[in-house]
Design a protein around this ligand. Structure first.
Ligand code: GLP
Length: 241
């Protein structure tokens, strides 16, 4: 595991450079994306590189981590809408090659089909992750089993409260989500996790320096052969680097 500390702008540039390198090597790469405020600077940088003619997503296939159960893809808080408006609509990606778990069809068949589609695409070359203040990745919460593939989870009160800022009230925050499991995420050949701000410092310390323990889902990434944590000073502030 590599840990790189930089400013949020520097992190967006360094992470975007990794995409550029992968796409130069493999124009039809399979990329895993995440939602949340953390990757927004990176997505803006990817759009900038695309507009500058430095990268193309023409032959890329994408898979997103998670989606709220019950939200239509057009709902402005759905993760499909988030990806369309913050990245996909601004680059030359074929919409048919973008995948976000369905929040409407959460049947066992649909969940299994999501992992099967990743496998059929050849597996992910790169997955980007954020991290929750309690160490969750995607919607895999502390204490969840770590050998899971795509599945439905009940959101914790804490996660619903943290995400309530995007909804009119906490009552509007969905109670469940579909999430790629830790095992599905660990299948990616390369993983980048970005953490910004002091609120993430405890989660980063547990993930990087703590034991591999389901109590901090992100700590499982220590077992991955190619993972880079990009942290700003706040997020890295509790590390004994
Ligand atoms: C949500 C998402 C995660 C994301 C986390 C942190 O729970 N499911 O994928 O990493 O929020 O969000 P933010 O980047 O806004 O701090």
């Amino acid at each position: 595991m590599k840990v790189i500390v930089d400013t949020p702008e520097g992190i967006a540039k360094q992470a975007a450079a990794i995409y550029k390198e992968i796409l130069a090597d493999k124009p039809n790469a399979v990329l895993g994306f995440a939602t949340g405020s953390t990757p927004l600077d990176l997505y803006a940088e990817l759009i900038r590189l695309y507009e500058a003619g430095e990268i193309s997503f023409k032959d890329v296939t994408t898979f997103n981590l998670d989606e709220y159960v019950g939200l239509e893809p057009t709902h402005d808080q759905s993760y499909r809408y988030f990806m369309d408006t913050n990245l996909f609509n601004h680059i030359d990606l074929d919409p048919a090659n973008t995948h976000v778990p369905s929040g409407l069809d959460t049947s066992d068949e649909a969940l299994a089909a999501y992992d099967a589609a990743i496998e059929a695409a050849g597996g992910e070359d790169l997955h980007i992750l954020g991290i929750g203040v309690n160490g969750h990745i995607a919607f895999n919460k502390p204490g969840d089993p770590i050998d899971t593939m795509t599945h439905v989870v009940e959101l914790t009160q804490n996660t619903r409260e943290v995400n309530a800022r995007f909804f009119d009230s906490i009552d509007d925050v969905p109670t469940h989500a579909v999430t790629m499991g830790i095992k599905s995420i660990m299948h990616a050949r390369k993983i980048i996790l970005i953490a910004l701000g002091e609120a993430k410092a405890d989660a980063i310390k547990a993930a990087v320096e703590g034991p591999v323990d389901p109590a901090c889902p992100a700590s499982v990434l220590q077992l991955h052969p190619d993972v880079t944590f990009f942290c700003d000073e706040g997020a890295a502030s509790k590390l004994s680097l």
